[in-house]
Design a protein around this ligand. Structure first.
Ligand code: SF4
Length: 367
């Protein structure tokens, strides 16, 4: 994965972003056609596997516990319900499932073990599996990789300069570290930003410059428009013009020719014509389904209609790189052996002792 060596400074990218719109789209479309099939658009599904109650204070997010929004907190989903949702998404044309948990960071507990099982199961369905679970260390990244994780999403959201206006509970550096941990484990990186949070155009370019500074920029860059949710600090932000979204998609496409640029949150505020210009300018993925974690998204049928009208085709899973292998997870395997031993112990005790009562075990919920 490389960045475009014709645009290496912030001023270069600013000039590009501010080019006459149709010139910008034309340049982006030309770059796009060099590295990608312009008819292919990946349909991804985003599933909130653990909703709300998050300790962080991201100013745009209705899942932060400290804001009074309509989002109801839910515990981590069961493995079976995730597998059912994944099958459903696949039947509806999605080749990638992104599972999001409203956590500050991954913790080494039973919940994480369950996420590992989810990754294993969805990878076995031949779907690209992406997770967004907050900050993670190198060991956790390695476990996810061995489970068959294809990509890890961790957005930088905005420029380093504007970051403090958006989030105060963790640092920009923390985010860069998590991205680096995913990279070290050999996981493909998905990282992007949100526009329309009150930032200047310079901050949008600043976000791209952060990716330019990486030895390997993200393979996948989602571009979101803020969905201003009542109860969050950003509830009164005015929606951005769709032209701004098109400019951001086009500039990202040119800056990172080989990355997949994802047209993400905020599509409900765009016309089909506006989205068509984004595809023309190099967006090659959308999120399908009527919800994006907790915010609205166009209905599946509307998207199918749009694909038909624009002559787009859904992109297959693993078209850009091969399917990761799923290896047995030592922690889960050990737990399974212990469970089997306990069952055997119970069986023997029942057979040998008349009136045997199994000892009571206190189940402590994972933190
Ligand atoms: S964006 Fe993620 S980390 Fe931030 S508050 Fe929402 S769920 Fe928590």
């Amino acid at each position: 994965m490389i960045s475009n060596q014709e645009y290496t400074s912030k001023q270069d990218l600013l000039n590009l972003y501010n080019k006459p719109l149709l010139e910008l789209i034309f340049e982006a479309a030309t770059v796009h056609r060099k590295y990608h099939n312009p008819r292919e658009v990946q349909m991804s599904s985003l599933l909130s596997i653990k909703t709300g109650g998050c300790a962080e204070d991201c100013g745009y997010c209705p899942q932060a516990a400290r804001y009074h929004t309509d989002v109801k907190a839910h515990k981590l989903m069961t493995l079976d319900s995730v597998v059912n949702q994944a099958k459903n998404a696949k039947e509806n044309g999605s080749s990638r499932l992104c599972m999001g948990a409203a956590w500050r960071e991954v913790r080494d507990n039973r919940d994480f073990d369950r996420v590992i099982e989810m990754v294993q199961a969805v990878n076995n369905l031949d779907m690209e599996v992406c997770c967004t679970l907050g900050m993670m260390n190198e060991n956790q990244a390695k476990r996810l990789k061995d489970a068959g994780l294809f990509a890890y999403n961790h957005n930088l959201d905005t420029s380093k300069d504007y970051y403090d206006d958006v989030i105060s509970t963790r640092e920009y550096e923390d985010r860069l570290n998590t991205i680096s941990n995913a990279r070290k484990a050999g996981i493909s990186v998905c990282s992007g930003g949100i526009i329309g949070m009150g930032e200047a155009v310079e901050d949008r370019i600043g976000l791209l410059m952060s990716y330019m500074a990486m030895d390997t920029p993200p393979e996948s860059i989602p571009i979101n428009a803020l969905v201003a949710v009542e109860g969050t600090p950003m509830q009164d932000q005015k929606p951005i013009e769709q032209w701004e979204m098109i400019r951001m998609v086009a500039t990202t496409r040119i800056a990172f020719p080989k990355s997949v640029v994802r047209l993400s949150a905020g599509r409900t505020k765009m016309t089909m014509e506006g989205q068509a210009l984004c595809f023309m300018a190099g967006a090659s993925s959308i999120f399908a389904g009527d919800k994006l974690l907790t915010t609205p998204n166009p209905e599946y049928n509307e998207d199918m209609e749009m694909f038909k009208t624009l002559g787009l085709i859904p992109k297959e899973a693993f078209a850009d790189s091969k399917k990761p292998e799923t290896k047995p997870d030592p922690i889960i395997e050990k737990r399974k052996i212990k469970e089997l031993e306990r069952l055997a112990e119970l069986k023997t005790a029942r057979a040998n002792v008349k009136g045997f009562q199994p000892r009571k075990i206190k189940i402590i919920d994972a933190l």
